[in-house]
Design a protein around this ligand. Sequence first.
Ligand code: FES
Length: 189
Amino acid sequence: MAWPAEDRRATAVPKDGEPPLLTDEMKKELTEKYFPRYPTRRAVLLPALHMLQHHHGWIPMRALAEVGEFLGISPAEVLDTASFYEEYWLKPKGKYLIQVCRSLACEIYGSKRVTEQIKKKLNVECGETTRDGKFTLVELECLGSCGTAPAMLINDVLFEDLTPQKINQVLDGLPEDAHKFRDPTVDWQ
Ligand code: FES
């Protein structure tokens, strides 16, 4: 049986005359730090995508084209790679990324109610970002916190033993400036 395949190797990504998203500093780091570690330039694609995402918070289409040009890979091939991994964000994320565990222990202990409460409170569906750009909601697999299910991450902070009531408290308590958000269980003094 033959699988229908889409040939996107000739896909063009328009350039808009803005400053490059793959900056000279990034190119220097890729050249000096990563090229010596890999057998070919194109093999550096995944670290380059991580670098772009770390820098911009997500990976715009123009950045995909720029990294393809730098590594000698067509934009369509870069897009195929980037879109294969859930780790890479190809659209902007909210300031707060809420990730609710949907694996077995959390499901048994009520993760669906938790997710529904977040959806209702923020008026978003899973995979969406609120209109003000503050929150993105996704579900993911086990966070390794099954003993305190249901669990979720907000950015890199873990919240456990969740209930719909606790969701309201947590979301209402988030600072407007996400840079001021800290794990409440850690002494930051
Ligand atoms: S099943 Fe949710 S943390 Fe393990």
